[in-house]
Design a protein around this ligand. Structure first.
Ligand SMILES: Nc1ncnc2c1ncn2[C@@H]1O[C@H](COP(=O)(O)OP(=O)(O)O)[C@@H](O)[C@H]1O
Ligand SMILES: [Mg+2]
Length: 155
C-alpha cells in the first residue's frame, strides 16, 4: 500500500466535508475504489467528492439503482458505479469501464472489492470505511498521490 491516512469521522457532515476536500484536489483521470459494508458511508463520501468537483446537485447523489452507473458533471465528468449490483465483469465492460478509466474523468466504484482485480488494474486510490458506532466511521485512504497527502494532512 502506498501513502495511507486514517481519519475518524464523527458525523455525516464530517464525511461529506472529507469527500469535498478530496474532490477539490482530484486530478483528471483518477479512479477511486471504495470498500466497506452496507451503510458504511461510501455514498456519503462520494456526495462530498462530487461537491468538491463542483457538481451543482451533489446532495442528490445516490447509488445507481436502475442503471449500472450514475454520471455527474462538474469540473470533470464523474462516473459512479456500485459493483454490488454487478453480476460479473461483463457488466463493467458493458459500461465501457476501460475507456472511462483511460480518459480524464473521475471514476468512483463502490464495492470495488467485488470486481476483484479489474478496478485495481487502474492504480486507484483505495478507501476503506469501517463502522465504529452509530455516527462514527473509520476511513482509511491509501495509495494517495502526493498532492492529496498534503491536502489531507490538514483535515
Ligand atoms: N460519520 C458518518 N459518515 C457517513 N455516514 C454516516 C455517519 N454516521 C452515520 N452515518 C449514516 O450511515 C449511512 C451511510 O449510508 P451510505 O453512505 O449510503 O453507505 P454505503 O454507500 O456505504 O452503503 C447513512 O444512513 C448515514 O446517515
Ligand atoms: Mg452506497
Amino acid at each position: 500500500m502506498g501513502n495511507s491516512i486514517t481519519i475518524i469521522s464523527k458525523s455525516v457532515r464530517q464525511t461529506i466535508e472529507l469527500g469535498n476536500l478530496i474532490g477539490k484536489n482530484l486530478r483528471p483521470g483518477t479512479v477511486i475504489s471504495l470498500a466497506g459494508n452496507l451503510g458504511a458511508g461510501k455514498t456519503h463520501l462520494i456526495k462530498g467528492i462530487a461537491q468538491g468537483l463542483d457538481v451543482p446537485d451533489y446532495q442528490d447523489v445516490t447509488s445507481p439503482t436502475f442503471t449500472l452507473m450514475n454520471e455527474y458533471e462538474g469540473r470533470l465528468m464523474i462516473y459512479h458505479i456500485d459493483a454490488w449490483r454487478l453480476t460479473g465483469s461483463g457488466q463493467l465492460e458493458a459500461v465501457g469501464f476501460d475507456e472511462l478509466c483511460s480518459g480524464p474523468a473521475i471514476v468512483l466504484v463502490e464495492w470495488a472489492d467485488r470486481t476483484s482485480s479489474i478496478v485495481d488494474s487502474y492504480d486507484p486510490i483505495h478507501v476503506v470505511i469501517e463502522h465504529v458506532d452509530e455516527n462514527t466511521r473509520k476511513i482509511i485512504i491509501s495509495d494517495l498521490p502526493e498532492n492529496l497527502v498534503q491536502a489531507l494532512a490538514t483535515a
